[in-house]
Design a protein around this ligand. Structure first.
Ligand SMILES: NC(=O)C1=CN([C@@H]2O[C@H](COP(=O)(O)OP(=O)(O)OC[C@H]3O[C@@H](n4cnc5c(N)ncnc54)[C@H](O)[C@@H]3O)[C@@H](O)[C@H]2O)C=CC1
Ligand SMILES: O=C(O)[C@H]1O[C@H](OP(=O)(O)OP(=O)(O)OC[C@H]2O[C@@H](n3ccc(=O)[nH]c3=O)[C@H](O)[C@@H]2O)[C@H](O)[C@@H](O)[C@@H]1O
Length: 426
């Protein structure tokens, strides 16, 4: 089947390449010509492990091609996946401008029956809006169907997540469109949940919000464990082995970040408010997440004599988590903001992200930690698990390490003479 993917970001590019793997012919459309040219050369313009190899393979075999010609692309494909961004609007809801632009372009240029699939994360009721936006632009009525097919991949493991999803959600009111989309996914080995449009749209927000809730729960519990001298990692293991709870998303840390959890929780809360049906648990999830960096700064102020003011702090990690170059809503950047407000001096490092134009950034870890009063690990990059701390210690002004990801072994660090502060990591 010939598939058009509109929006070639993390989701669009991954989705397109996965469909190539399943034997389909794919075109990627984006407004950004530089992205299109790079992808057409087989160059991934963002960092995502394993994806570039697949891109090269399918560009060479001509199973995938890229274009910025919207009209041609829409006219020549019958199945269209919308994968554009849905960032947070000023009031906390999802900004649907990019989705609206795409829907209007589809309405304007479509010349035959199309199945329009929304893969972008969009609030309940968006399918209806998309339908109206398309209809309003059609010069003459041409039939089409809308499907909601949310994406659950994670950055950093996008390929594996998209190749082997836990489930596929297909929400539509049209049996014809359902059959077409089910056929696209026929080689996937996972349950397919068939729903109507609104339930499908809700499933995506409910899933992300539930995972965010797990993280805020363990983070708040970690604060209590810290006071009681309990290792929160043991608690995560102990409760996670209960299959009703599950081991995932119970890693205490600096709070969740990224381009999705913060904006999606916020958008669901907006939907709840609009319908006068508050989600009070989620309100708390957001509050706990915001407080986590404050809790961390307070920890630092207590542990460093005289507090962080005028102290040099080496920050290891800028990405919102390991294996991505994405810094959107990164807990690391939030912490840096707090530190700068408190007049600390910052030195930063990240193996992939380059922010040297905005922050003092060093390419090696020894350079970064030199003359620092404390080091703080903010991103769970593997590189930071295996550092030679014995060699780094003489470079530092004070041997103080804050471990925002509970990656290090307290006993080993203390044996080396460090003052170690994790998140209830005993
Ligand atoms: N990043 C992630 O891990 C995941 C994201 N999502 C959702 O998927 C959607 C896309 O997310 P990302 O891939 O991260 O976004 P992104 O921001 O990386 O990419 C979006 C792309 O759409 C393009 N675009 C915007 N308007 C366009 C138009 N009119 N025509 C053609 N191209 C256009 C942009 O140039 C950009 O390249 C969002 O709704 C997000 O919430 C869902 C699951 C995972
Ligand atoms: O809708 C989306 O865009 C995606 O959002 C998340 O994926 P992602 O944001 O890429 O990354 P996660 O691995 O979920 O991590 C999100 C944040 O939570 C933090 N986290 C995660 C797990 C954990 O146990 N503790 C914890 O603090 C991470 O460090 C990171 O800051 C979801 O996991 C995906 O299923 C979803 O498709």
């Amino acid at each position: 089947m010939k598939i058009l993917i509109i929006g070639t970001g993390y989701v669009g590019t991954t989705t397109g390449l996965i469909f190539c793997e399943m034997g389909h012919q794919v075109t990627g459309l984006d407004l950004d010509d530089r992205k299109i040219q790079a992808l057409q050369r087989g160059e991934l313009y963002f960092f995502e492990p394993g994806l570039e190899d697949l891109l090269i393979k399918h560009v060479q075999s001509q199973r995938i091609s890229f274009t910025s010609n919207t009209e041609m692309a829409i006219k020549s494909h019958d199945v269209i996946f919308i994968c554009v961004g849905t960032p947070q609007d000023l009031d906390g809801s999802a900004d649907l401008l990019y989705v609206k632009n795409v829907a209007e372009a589809i309405g304007q240029y479509m010349n035959s029956y199309k199945v329009i699939v929304t893969k972008s994360t969009v609030p309940v009721g968006t399918a209806e809006l998309v339908t109206n936006w398309i209809k309003r632009q059609q010069p003459v009525p041409i039939p089409f169907d809308v499907v909601s097919n949310p994406e659950f991949l994670r950055e950093g493991s996008a390929l594996q997540d998209a190749l082997r999803p836990d489930r596929i959600i297909i929400g539509t009111e049209s049996e014809k469109a359902r059959t077409i989309i089910k056929e696209l996914y026929q080689n996937f080995q996972c349950p397919i949940v068939e729903t109507n449009l609104k339930a499908s749209e809700m499933i995506k927000y409910a899933a992300n919000s539930f995972l965010a809730m797990k993280i805020s729960y363990i983070n708040e519990l970690a604060r209590l464990c810290d006071k009681l001298g309990i290792n929160v990692n043991d608690v995560s293991t102990g409760i996670g082995l209960d299959h009703r709870i599950g081991p995932h998303f119970l890693q205490a840390g600096m709070g969740y970040g990224g381009s999705c959890f913060p904006k999606d929780v916020s958008a669901l809360l907006q939907t709840a408010r609009q319908h006068d049906s508050p989600l009070s648990i989620l309100e708390k999830v957001v509050e706990v997440n915001k407080d986590q960096s404050v809790y961390f700064i307070e920890k630092m102020n207590r542990a460093i004599e005289g507090g962080v003011k005028h102290k040099t702090i080496a920050v290891l990690g800028l990405a919102f988590k390991a294996n991505t170059d994405d810094t959107r809503e990164s807990p690391s950047l939030q912490l840096i903001e707090h530190l700068l407000q408190a007049q600390a001096v910052i030195r930063t490092h990240d193996p992939v992200v380059n922010m040297a134009s905005k922050l003092p950034q060093f390419s090696t870890i020894p350079e970064t930690v030199s003359d620092s009063d404390a080091v703080i690990i903010c991103t769970d990059w593997d590189d930071y698990k295996t550092l030679d701390w014995a060699a780094l210690k003489p470079l530092m002004k004070q041997p103080i390490v804050f471990d925002g990801r509970n990656m290090l072994n307290r006993a080993e660090m203390e044996t080396l003479g460090f003052f170690y502060h994790g998140i209830a990591n005993y």
